[in-house]
Design a protein around this ligand. Structure first.
Ligand SMILES: [Zn+2]
Length: 252
């Protein structure tokens, strides 16, 4: 996309976002009967993350999460009704709550093969060996060393945890949560996409402020990457200037 066209879309998006942030009457919420299981499952996932460490949690598979929960007494095993809720959030169709992205992972218990990923030093995050890692290394040359990796490969459990935390921040509004975090099983982070930021920019890397940085503007000039979630994207996700999709040679 031409840079000027893109920046025009960014300007349009600010107005549409202000409107979209209002909770729509068709929003899907957690049911009252699900809230207790939701809270306890969310807490167990966060406790497992603390137990194994933030970096390891990025690539942990669901069976291992269950194992740690069962065997670490202060966490405690997931109950059948908690698991049923997590399965529902993973396997149910997402269109009813306004998310139209494709499914990227078929199984709740899918495993990331450790030798297929690379832990990027000082980031706490992983990239898939091959295309994704090469693209990131090329970006650091073309954009400069101030471009950092802020999120890479995410397992189903990691995406589930992020999604539950977001639903919680959205006071149970699943539709609103899915505007900024892909539901588990639908994240392109499980197939090679990654997030970048500007060194020292902190949480602003995950806001539209990132679109004003020199790093972002340089990214727009590169032929081998694009911003996945541009304003008005078909998936129904808000503008994410930090989220990188690799352009395959065939697509250029
Ligand atoms: Zn992302």
């Amino acid at each position: 996309m031409h840079r000027r066209t893109f920046l025009g879309l960014v300007a349009t998006s600010a107005a549409s976002m202000a409107f979209a942030q209002e909770s729509s009457p068709s929003s899907v919420f957690l049911r009252a009967t699900e809230i207790a299981d939701f809270e306890s499952a969310k807490n167990r996932l966060n406790q497992v993350s603390r137990h194994v460490g933030f970096g390891n949690f990025n690539i942990i598979n669901f069976d291992l999460v269950l194992h740690y929960a069962r065997n670490v007494s202060k966490i405690g095993a997931f109950t059948p009704s908690e698991l049923a809720l997590l399965e529902k959030l993973f396997y149910d169709a997402t269109e009813p709550y306004g998310f139209f992205g494709q499914r990227t992972c078929e199984s709740l218990t899918a495993t990331i093969v450790e030798r297929e990923v690379y832990k990027v030093p000082r980031s706490g995050h992983y990239l898939f060996q091959g295309e994704a890692l090469h693209a990131f290394e090329r970006l650091q040359k073309d954009v400069g060393p101030t471009l950092i990796l802020t999120s890479g490969v995410r397992s189903v459990a990691k995406q589930m945890s992020l999604f539950l935390d977001k639903i919680s921040a959205c006071e149970g509004n699943i539709s609103l949560a899915a505007k900024s975090i892909a539901p588990p099983g639908h994240s392109y982070h499980s197939i090679g996409d990654f997030d970048v930021g500007k060194q020292g920019f902190g949480y602003l890397n995950f806001t539209e402020e990132f679109a004003k940085t020199e790093e972002f503007l340089k990214l727009q000039e590169l032929p081998y990457v694009r911003t996945r979630y541009v304003p008005g994207n078909p998936d129904g996700v808000w503008f994410e200037p930090w989220h990188i999709q690799i352009i395959k040679p065939m697509q250029t």
